[in-house]
Ligand binder design. Sequence first.
Ligand code: GLY
Length: 305
Amino acid sequence: CRFSDLASAKAYVEKTGAPIVIKADGLAAGKGVTVAMTLSEAQAALDACFDGSFGAAGAEVVVEEFMTGEEASFFCLCDGTTALPFGTAQDHKRVGDGDTGPNTGGMGAYSPAPVMTPELVERTMREIIEPTMRGMAELGAPFSGVLFAGLMITDKGPRLIEYNTRFGDPECQVLMMRLKDDLLVLLNAATDGQLAHTSVRWRDEAALTVVMAARGYPGTPEKGSVIRGVEDAAGDGVQIFHAGTAINGGALVANGGRVLNVTATGSTVGEAQKRAYAALDRIGWPDGFCRRDIGWQAVAREQGN
Ligand code: GLY
């Protein structure tokens, strides 16, 4: 349900009870969603939305059912008619190890998402993506571009949490490490309505990325601290993507919240994880931090736990 005033939203939440999900209905850098386990948390989240904490994004609020399951990010390239599956990933939204602490834009990710079996991909296409494509066309607004479905894999099957019309960050980094084909050719095919005649090839490897963030993130990150050793950390299946860096007086410095993405490939998620953390530990940045458990669910699955 969508609300544009605090009193109606609070009345609805009190009637429905917790746990419940409160979302600022707009872009809020990944911080506009509260999974409220109690009524008082839900009320505080509503207060934050309507007191302007999320700017214009909080002028309307969406209150949603609490769902349990594993989250997955599912991407498609779309040309108005055809949606071409374009990879799966899972990210870690909470700032702390063990998926604790406040939500962020994503502290790390891996691809493919083991939870997205071929059957679940087929079901997601049939139950979620293809009806969306048909619906958009029927509304006179056929969709072309990148469709990013944030899914919850519940015991009843895949459920859509949200759509974005962009790649995920940091999901894009792991997809790009695995993509064999030229991205520009694929994007041109989407633009030219040619996706029905296009296929995508992926490396038969997993990729994992760990975000290094500036102290203070996701609140107010400290800027300006010097980062050393980035050039030495890259190479041999490891790439460092810059997100919030700048050059100051010839030195690489932090200039944002999420600053670097240390990304590696491997024959398993576990191997990619080891290589990413080995590279990350070669970077000298005492004022940065990261999670130490990116990929834990996938690694546990690989180990049969
Ligand atoms: N990592 C989540 C997003 O890009 O929205």
